[in-house]
Design a protein around this ligand. Structure first.
Ligand SMILES: *[C@@H]1O[C@H](CO)[C@@H](O)[C@H](O)[C@H]1NC(C)=O
Length: 435
C-alpha cells in the first residue's frame, strides 16, 4: 500500500503541485476561522479554571469536603457515643444518689420517731398516760461524736459511711478466701458502706487491689500479735476493743464476720430502735425469740414444774450496734472480761447482754432486738430446714451466715450458687451438720 501511494505521488508530482498549495491555504484559513470562533466563545480557553465543568479547585474542595464529611460524621458519632456513655454514667450516678437519699429519708423518719420517744421519756418529768399507752425507752440517745479519738479513722468513715452507719469486718490472712466471697457478695448487692479492718499487711494489700475499703490500724503491740496470728475466737475477741472507736466517733456499726454471704442490703432491714440488734443462733420462733422452758422436778410434787427463760444466744459475728452509752459499756465489759481469761467471746457477749443485776453484780441495761432468723439466716436454719421446704426455699434472705459449719468456704460458694445463680441443687450435697 505504501509503495503504491508513493508511486502515485511520484507519478503526479508536477501536475498536483499547485493543487497541494491551494489545499494548504484553505486548511490554514479554516484553522484561523475556527481559532477566531473558539477565541470568541471561549475567551479564557477551553480548560479555563473558570469553566464550571472543570473547576479543579472546586473539585478538590468537593472531594476534601466529601472526605471530611465522612470524617466529621464519624467524629460526631464518636462524640455522641461519648456523650451517651457520659449520660448513662450520670444517670447511674443519679440513681445511686436517689437511693442514698431515699435511704437517708427513711433513716431520718426512723430517727425522728426515736427522738420523739426520747424527748417523751427523758424530757420533763410527767405522769404516766392511760392504760396501754405507756412505753419505756429502747432507743437510747447517741453519744456526741468525738473525732479526737482517732482523726484518721474519722476521716475514712466520713467518706464511707451512709447515714452514719457501715458494715465492719476484721480480717487477717487466715480468712482471705472467705473474705473474697464476702466482699464480692457485698459488691454484687451494691452496698457502698462497708470497711475491712485489716489485721495484717497482706489483707490490706488484698483489699486495696480489689477496691475494697480497708483500714489498717496504727501499730498496737497487744492487739497486733493477736490480730496477726490469732485463731477464730481470739480475733473475734479483738473486735470489741476495736469497735469502741467507731462508736465514739458517732457511727453505728453492723459488725460482720467474714463467713457471711450478702444477698440484700441489710440496712434496709434494720429497726434501729435498740442498742444491739443481732442475728440469732436460734432456728425457730421459740429458740430465736425466747420461750418459757419448763423444767420438771417430780420430787417437788405440787411445784414440780420450774419455769425457765430461754433463748438461743445472739450471734456475736453479726450484730448492729448503735453509738450509745450502754453499747459502749457492753463493748468495754466484754473486752475487759475477755482480756482476763480464756473465755468464748460469744458466751461473754450474751451473758453481759442478758444477765440481770444481782448481789455483787450490776447488770448491763442495753436494749436488744433479735433479727428475723429467716432474713438473717444462720447455716443451721438453711441446711436443716429451709433447703428441704419448698415454701421456705422461696424466701430470699438478707444474709446467710455459715456459723454452724466448719466447711465454711464450700458452703458459702453453694449459697451464692443457690441464691444468686439460681442453681436449685447447689445445697443438696451437704450434710445437715458436720460429719
Ligand atoms: C413464728 O412467728 C411468726 C411471727 O413472729 C408467725 O407469723 C409464724 O406463724 C410463727 N411460726 C410458727 C411455726 O409458729
Amino acid at each position: 500500500m505504501i509503495g503504491r501511494r508513493d508511486g502515485a505521488l511520484m507519478r503526479n508530482n508536477s501536475s498536483n503541485q499547485s493543487l497541494l498549495k491551494s489545499r494548504i491555504a484553505i486548511a490554514i484559513a479554516i484553522g484561523m476561522f475556527l481559532g477566531c470562533i473558539f477565541a470568541f466563545f471561549f475567551p479564557h480557553g477551553i480548560f479555563s479554571s473558570n469553566s464550571p465543568h472543570f473547576d479543579h479547585n472546586h473539585l478538590t474542595r468537593s472531594i476534601s469536603q466529601v472526605v471530611s464529611t465522612s470524617c466529621e460524621s464519624s467524629d460526631s458519632l464518636n462524640m455522641l457515643k461519648a456523650e451517651f456513655v457520659a449520660a448513662s454514667e450520670k444517670n447511674a450516678e443519679l440513681k445511686k444518689q436517689v437511693n442514698v437519699l431515699i435511704e437517708k429519708l427513711r433513716l431520718a423518719e426512723q430517727g425522728k420517731d426515736h427522738a420523739e420517744k426520747q424527748v417523751l421519756v427523758l424530757g420533763e418529768p410527767h405522769k404516766a398516760g392511760p392504760f396501754g399507752t405507756v412505753q419505756g425507752l429502747r432507743t437510747n440517745p447517741t453519744v456526741v461524736p468525738d473525732d479526737s479519738v482517732n482523726p484518721r479513722l474519722a476521716n475514712i468513715l466520713e467518706k464511707i459511711a451512709v447515714g452514719k452507719e457501715l458494715i465492719v469486718a476484721l480480717a487477717n490472712s487466715n480468712v482471705k478466701d472467705m473474705l473474697e466471697v464476702w466482699f464480692k457478695s457485698i459488691q454484687k448487692v451494691g452496698i457502698p458502706n462497708y470497711l475491712v479492718v485489716a489485721l495484717d499487711d497482706e489483707i490490706a494489700k488484698f483489699c486495696e487491689s480489689n477496691d475494697v475499703p480497708v483500714y489498717k490500724r496504727d501499730p498496737d503491740k497487744g492487739i497486733d500479735s493477736v490480730g496477726k496470728t490469732g485463731g477464730n475466737h481470739a480475733v473475734s475477741g479483738l473486735k470489741f476493743h476495736i469497735l469502741r472507736e467507731f462508736l465514739q466517733l458517732g457511727y453505728s456499726v453492723l459488725l460482720s464476720d467474714v463467713d457471711i454471704v450478702y444477698l440484700q442490703n441489710p440496712f434496709h432491714y434494720l429497726y434501729r430502735d435498740s442498742d444491739v440488734e443481732s442475728m440469732s443462733d436460734g432456728h425457730n420462733n421459740m429458740t430465736a425469740y425466747g420461750y418459757n422452758d419448763v423444767f420438771d422436778e417430780p420430787a417437788m410434787g405440787w411445784a414440780r414444774y420450774a419455769h425457765t427463760m430461754r433463748i438461743w444466744v445472739y450471734n456475736s459475728g453479726f450484730f448492729y450496734i448503735r453509738p450509745t452509752i450502754p453499747s459502749i459499756e457492753l463493748l468495754d465489759r466484754v473486752a475487759n472480761r475477755l482480756s482476763r481469761g480464756n473465755a468464748w467471746d460469744q458466751a461473754v457477749f450474751n451473758e453481759e447482754l442478758f444477765f440481770p443485776s444481782h448481789p455483787g453484780y450490776d447488770g448491763l441495761y442495753a436494749s436488744r432486738r433479735t433479727m428475723d432468723f429467716y432474713l438473717f439466716m444462720n447455716s443451721k436454719v438453711l441446711f436443716k430446714t429451709v433447703r428441704k421446704n419448698a415454701n421456705l426455699r422461696k424466701i430470699k434472705p438478707v444474709i446467710v451466715h455459715i456459723n454452724y459449719h466448719p466447711d465454711k468456704l464450700p458452703r458459702m460458694h453453694a449459697v451464692v450458687e443457690f441464691y444468686v445463680n439460681g442453681k436449685q441443687d447447689a445445697l443438696s450435697s451437704f450434710p445437715d451438720g458436720s460429719e
